[in-house]
Design a protein around this ligand. Structure first.
Ligand SMILES: *[C@@H]1O[C@H](CO)[C@@H](O)[C@H](O)[C@H]1NC(C)=O
Ligand SMILES: *[C@@H]1O[C@H](CO)[C@@H](O)[C@H](O)[C@H]1NC(C)=O
Length: 488
């Protein structure tokens, strides 16, 4: 009787505990933070987790197995790409999605060619109940679900947009939904609406022109493993649309209100720790003693502060020294002469710093994780966007009234000072960051003919007719000239 109960109990436990494969191979700390959120919640729920990660944790939980792809840092060193001076001089442009997509495909190729990943895929004893794969401008990781013959869940790290939504549903209507990289908000005027439509068409072309490279990487990467397992590998063009669910690091409080399909679940904030941890003793002291408050300055993990041009560093320190607030700067090197009110830390427990009641302002690159945390803890921001969705995130913070934007140029220190004075001198920023969401749909204010782009179609038709008429007229004129010539 007891034995039977035990067997039953084990069967129940075994069926409840899933073998989950997390595919998060991007060599960037913010992606690792999101992956860690998945690991934490899945392990806590009792599942067996295997993760493909470039940043393996030093002491993982017994239920976590790590497949090391740290070699991805060599293959496509994002850290080297993101150099401040190169962004300032426009030598590299990380809003150029052709470039970003090809970089992401190279990382995917490196991941699939990695011996650790190959071993996992080609061992037929390895089985999974579900694959959760991060989407970032490539769908190549969908192949893991094919190889392991299990359901696929996409994880998207940004606000929902055409390129992820058409994998599980359809592109949102560009007549009233801004693209994830567009700097506009509805209601759109005619040209904005036309431009948003154009953007969606551009993404379609981007997908289309990457097809052959992606197919090559997909077939070479997954083909051998599928063959070893005796499976026929379905083509990428089918598999990428076969996800059961998408988990999105998004929420209306920080993004835009929009209609979403039922298989898209918004889980923004899942990486924020349930409990604030005590600060390290030195930081606690600095923050407790800051009578006028603490300004926390961090440009995130991708951009290394040491790639700051020297002039800029000097100007910044000088500007900070004139403030009465304490400045806590996350920076990988300690400048030789530091003003009394400036403290440099190589590593910063960001959430715990933002949680401290004396934290009055966060100067950030405007990454989504940082904005999520700042909204969670109610700290206004100054955004210094550099790439990707940071522009949009920052502009939204500005529009929602809890932030200011400062451009990264040679007047940076001066403009930053003005922004700091504005935010700290005006309580409305602090109040707004504690309020936020607006749920009303922008679709309410867009007439049907605009949703259907009837006016744009009319303009195109009229322009076409005008061109035809002009040509006809010119031809007639020319012909008549010819006739006259003949008559003469
Ligand atoms: C993918 O990586 C392999 C091994 O490094 C290389 O031989 C192949 O050319 C790469 N494929 C593409 C499309 O870049
Ligand atoms: C699509 O997903 C379902 C559910 O996970 C699975 O049964 C099916 O085999 C998948 N189809 C392809 C072509 O991968």
């Amino acid at each position: 009787m007891l034995a039977r109960a035990l067997v039953l109990c084990c069967a129940v436990c075994a069926s409840a505990a899933l073998r989950v494969l997390l595919v998060f191979p991007l060599p960037g700390a913010s992606h690792a933070i999101l992956a860690e959120g998945f690991v934490t919640h899945l392990i806590r729920a009792g599942h067996q987790v295997t993760i493909i990660t470039p940043i393996p944790s030093k002491n993982p939980s017994p239920n976590l197995r790590q497949v090391d792809v740290s070699a991805n840092f060599q293959v496509s060193p994002l850290a080297d790409v993101i150099q401040l001076e190169k962004i300032m001089t426009k030598e590299i442009d990380l809003t150029d999605l052709d470039f970003v997509k090809s970089m992401m495909n190279q990382i995917a190729n490196a991941t699939l060619s990695n011996p650790n990943v190959k071993r996992l895929m080609e061992d037929p004893r390895e089985r999974f109940d579900v694959v959760i794969a991060e989407w970032l401008y490539t769908e190549l990781y969908a192949g893991f679900a094919s190889v392991f013959d299990c359901p696929l869940i996409w994880s998207s790290s940004m606000d929902p947009h055409a390129m992820v939504l058409w994998l599980i549903d359809e592109a949102p209507n560009p007549a009233y939904v801004a693209d994830h990289l567009s700097d506009v908000h509805p209601p759109f005027d005619f040209w904005q609406r036309a431009k948003e439509l154009w953007t969606v068409l551009r993404w379609m072309k981007l997908e289309w022109s990457a097809r052959s490279v992606e197919d090559a990487i997909y077939n070479a990467g997954y083909g051998p493993a599928a063959a070893k397992r005796g499976l026929a590998l379905a083509p990428l063009s089918v598999v990428k649309y076969n996800a059961s669910l998408m988990l999105g690091n998004s929420h209306v409080s920080i993004g835009q209100p929009m209609r979403l399909p039922g298989n898209y679940k918004q889980i923004l904030g899942y990486h924020v720790a349930d409990k604030v941890q005590p600060l390290p003793v030195n930081l606690q002291k600095i923050m407790d003693e800051a009578k006028h408050g603490v300004i926390y300055f961090s440009m995130g993990s991708m951009l290394k502060s040491k790639t700051f041009p020297d002039v800029l560093k000097k100007e910044l320190l000088q500007m900070f020294s004139g403030l009465k607030q304490t400045v806590l700067w996350k920076f990988e090197e300690t400048p030789r002469k530091l003003p009394k009110n400036v403290h440099v830390v190589k590593w910063a427990p960001q959430q715990d710093i933002l949680a401290h009641p004396n934290c009055v302002l966060f100067i950030t690159h405007g990454g989504l994780l940082s904005l999520t945390e700042t909204i969670h803890f109610g700290v206004p921001i100054i955004g210094i966007p550099m790439y990707g969705d940071q522009f949009l995130n920052t502009n939204r913070a500005v529009r929602k009234g809890f932030g200011k934007k400062v451009d990264l140029d040679w007047d940076f220190a001066k403009n930053l000072k003005a922004a700091i004075e504005e935010i700290l001198g005006n309580p409305s920023y602090k109040e707004k960051v504690k309020e936020v969401p607006h749920l009303r749909s922008p679709a309410l204010h867009v007439p049907f003919y605009q949703k259907m782009y009837v006016d744009l179609a009319a303009v195109v038709v009229l322009a076409f007719l005008a061109v035809v008429k002009t040509i006809n007229f010119a031809l007639k004129f020319w012909n008549r000239g010819g006739v006259k010539e003949k008559q003469r």
